[in-house]
Design a binder for this molecule. Structure first.
Ligand code: NAD
Length: 300
C-alpha cells in the first residue's frame, strides 16, 4: 500500500518511521526542509508538495499542528485535494476542531474522496514505540480500510463514531488532563507552603478521591515520578502551547454548543500566561513552576 504522509514533525516523524518498518511505501511532504530530510533518512521518498505526495497514493495521512494548517494542507495551493485521486481515503491524525474535520470531509466528498479523523494520545514516546491510542471518527468501512496503517502506528484503535467524533474524544480527554495538571499544581503548592512532604501527599492522594492519571504518570513536582517531564527539566512530553490549543478547542466547542464552562477557560488562561512567560515549548506540567508563591508573601 502506498501512503502519502504530510507533516513529518515531532509526532509525524516517528509515526512515518513505523509505517516504513511495517513495509508501507511512504512518500512524505513537510513545509520545513529539515523535517522532510529526517523523513527521507527514515526511508521515505520526498515530495515537493502535499499534492505531489498524494498523487498515486492509496492512503493520505496528515499530522499537522492545528485546524488552519489542516485546511491549508488539504485545500491550499499544492494541497492534498489537488493530487489525491477520486475514491481514495484521507486520514487526519492532527488534534483539531471537530467542526473543521467535518468541513474538510464535506469538501473532499464533493471530489469523491473519503475522510476520517484519527487523533492520537500517548505523546512522542507512544509515537516512537507505536503504542499510540488512536480515536477514530468516520464510516466503519473507511476505518477498516485504514486499520492496517493505524495498527502500524498505534496499539489501541477505537472507533468513536462518525467524522469528527475522534476529535471530540480527544478534546474531552485533554480538557480533563489540562485542568487536572493545573489542579494538581495548585494542590502541591499549598502542601509545600505548609511544609508537608510532597511524596507523602502523593501517596495519600493516590489512594484517595483526588487521584488522577496526571499526578500518577506526569507529576508536575520534580523528583516524584522517575520518567515524568518535571523530573527531566520539563522537556516535553506535551508542550504547554499544544495543551493551551487543545483546552482552547474544548472551550470553543462549548461556546458553539452554548454550554457554560468555568474551569476549562480558567485553565486555558493559566497555560496562555505560562506560555507568554516563556514556558510555551516546555512540557505543560511546567505550569507548576509558574504557580509559585509571590516573593512578597504578606497575606492581605
Ligand atoms: P509539530 O509542529 O512538531 O509537527 C507538525 C509538522 O507539520 C511540522 O513539521 C510542520 O512543518 C508541518 N506543517 C505545517 N503546515 C504544513 C503544511 N501546510 N504542509 C506540510 N507540512 C506542514 O507538531 P507535533 O507535535 O508533531 O503535533 C502534531 C499534532 O499532533 C498536533 O495537532 C498535536 O496537538 C497532536 N499531538 C501531539 C502530541 C505531542 O506529544 N507532540 C501528542 C498527541 C497529539
Amino acid at each position: 500500500m502506498k501512503i502519502a504522509f504530510v507533516g513529518t514533525g515531532t509526532m509525524g516523524g516517528p509515526m512515518l518511521a513505523n509505517l516504513i518498518k511495517k513495509s508501507f511505501a511512504v512518500t512524505a511532504y513537510d513545509v520545513v526542509p529539515a523535517a522532510l530530510d529526517r523523513a527521507v533518512q527514515a526511508g521515505a521518498t520526498a515530495a515537493g508538495s502535499a499534492a505531489e505526495a498524494a498523487r498515486g497514493a492509496d492512503l493520505v495521512v496528515t499530522m499537522l499542528p492545528s485546524s488552519s494548517h489542516v485546511e491549508t494542507a488539504y485545500f491550499g495551493k499544492g494541497g492534498v485535494a489537488e493530487g489525491v485521486a477520486s475514491g481514495k481515503l484521507c486520514v487526519d491524525m492532527s488534534t483539531i476542531d471537530p467542526t473543521v474535520s467535518r468541513r474538510v470531509a464535506e469538501a473532499l466528498r464533493a471530489k469523491g474522496v473519503r475522510f476520517i479523523d484519527a487523533p492520537v494520545s500517548g505523546g512522542v514516546g507512544g509515537a516512537e514505540k507505536a503504542t499510540l491510542a488512536i480515536m477514530v471518527g468516520g464510516e466503519a468501512r473507511d476505518v477498516e480500510e485504514a486499520r492496517p496503517a493505524l495498527a502500524a502506528m498505534g496499539a489501541n484503535i477505537i472507533h468513536v463514531g462518525p467524522v469528527g467524533a475522534g476529535e471530540v474524544a480527544k478534546i474531552c480527554n485533554n480538557l480533563i488532563a489540562g485542568v487536572a495538571a493545573v489542579a494538581v499544581s495548585e494542590a502541591f503548592r499549598i502542601a509545600e507552603g505548609f511544609g508537608v512532604d510532597p511524596k507523602v501527599i502523593t501517596e495519600v492522594i493516590s489512594k484517595s478521591s483526588g487521584n488522577t492519571w496526571v499526578m500518577e504518570h506526569m507529576h508536575p513536582v520534580p523528583g516524584l515520578v522517575a520518567r515524568s517531564a518535571s523530573t527531566n527539566e520539563y522537556r516535553p512530553g506535551f508542550m504547554t502551547d499544544l495543551m493551551c490549543k487543545d483546552v482552547g478547542l474544548a472551550v470553543d466547542a462549548a461556546r458553539g454548543l452554548r454550554i457554560p464552562l468555568f474551569v476549562a477557560p480558567a485553565a486555558q488562561q493559566v497555560y496562555r500566561l505560562a506560555s507568554s512567560h516563556g514556558l510555551g515549548r516546555k512540557d505543560f506540567t511546567s505550569v507548576y513552576t509558574f504557580l509559585k508563591p509571590s516573593a512578597e508573601n504578606a497575606p492581605v
